[in-house]
Design a protein around this ligand. Sequence first.
Ligand SMILES: NC(=O)c1ccc[n+]([C@@H]2O[C@H](COP(=O)([O-])OP(=O)(O)OC[C@H]3O[C@@H](n4cnc5c(N)ncnc54)[C@H](OP(=O)(O)O)[C@@H]3O)[C@@H](O)[C@H]2O)c1
Length: 323
Amino acid sequence: MKAVRLLEYGRQLVFNDVPTPAIARDEILVKIKSTAVNHLDLVKASGTARQILPIDLPWIPGHEFSGVVEQIGSDVAAYAPGDAVFAANETGGAYAEYLAVKPAAIARKPSNLSFEEAASVPVASQTAWQGIFTHGHLEKGQTILIHGGAGAVGAYAVQLASHAGATVIATASGDDEAYLNSIAASRVIDYREAQFEKVLREKVDVVFDLIGGDAQKRSFLVLKEGGHLVSAVQPVSQEEAAMHHVSGVMMRLAPSGNVLSRIARLLEERTIRPDVATVYALPDVAQAWKDIAGNLPGVHGMSPSGPGAPTRKKHGKIVLHVA
Ligand SMILES: NC(=O)c1ccc[n+]([C@@H]2O[C@H](COP(=O)([O-])OP(=O)(O)OC[C@H]3O[C@@H](n4cnc5c(N)ncnc54)[C@H](OP(=O)(O)O)[C@@H]3O)[C@@H](O)[C@H]2O)c1
């Protein structure tokens, strides 16, 4: 099969032929239609975080995909060849024509979404779901502050929290206000113009941190006692959390077919919507990585001001069309 691989940390990706994976009795072989690009692909490939995010080289990146079941192992009953599916996976491998996966991580593709749209959903939406519900324990009637609300994860967090009956406040660039209002944010605080802790009059039940650094530090000041600070980007100080009588956790996505099936229903009902910024063909992955590196300066030796600097639409995911 054709696949994109990283042969050495920090080096260029190569696109060529590799053996098609063989499946175990409890696995499914998926023919990949589309995959999407995540910061995580670039961070793992750079090798800068190899102690906590190790990969086996040569490595095929790609932590989410949509596709069609090609073959099932003898122990698999839940899916059959021809089923359209989508999923996130922890180890990568989706920048390829085929991927072997366990059924527990996958879900049926929403019928109203194209394969390209479906590939953009699993990582961002499940991170948002687990961040606000599993770790943030958000409930109807509560208030949540989402840092980075206009990003890929943030946009799902805004939509899911609003659908759950919470009041949603998001920090974002001022020019994202209309976008955030269109996906049901109650209030947008322009992080370039205002310090959120100075303009918020009431404290919030949950902070979902997609930014880290100073934004995370200042979040303790706006949480109610007993509230939850959940970060998807960096560890939360337990001393500070105890001092403010809140819980603090850094989450890591644990892909779940059950969660993704619930998200799929919301997409089919059009309660929430996906957002695709750009679609590239798989062999053009280098350009896709240059685009996303613009949001992640310094990673993989790519500079946002260098050649191929960001040209993409402001919101949504970068998708790779595979077949
Ligand atoms: N822990 C996990 O399992 C997990 C899973 C998925 C993602 N993540 C991480 O979560 C983070 C967000 O991912 P993403 O895909 O949503 O990123 P993204 O699409 O690049 O979005 C980032 C957003 O943050 C905004 N922003 C930048 N600085 C800000 C600030 N100080 N205050 C408020 N907003 C600010 C950006 O807007 P402007 O460009 O206009 O500034 C952009 O809209 C990344 O660090 C990613 O690696 C973690």
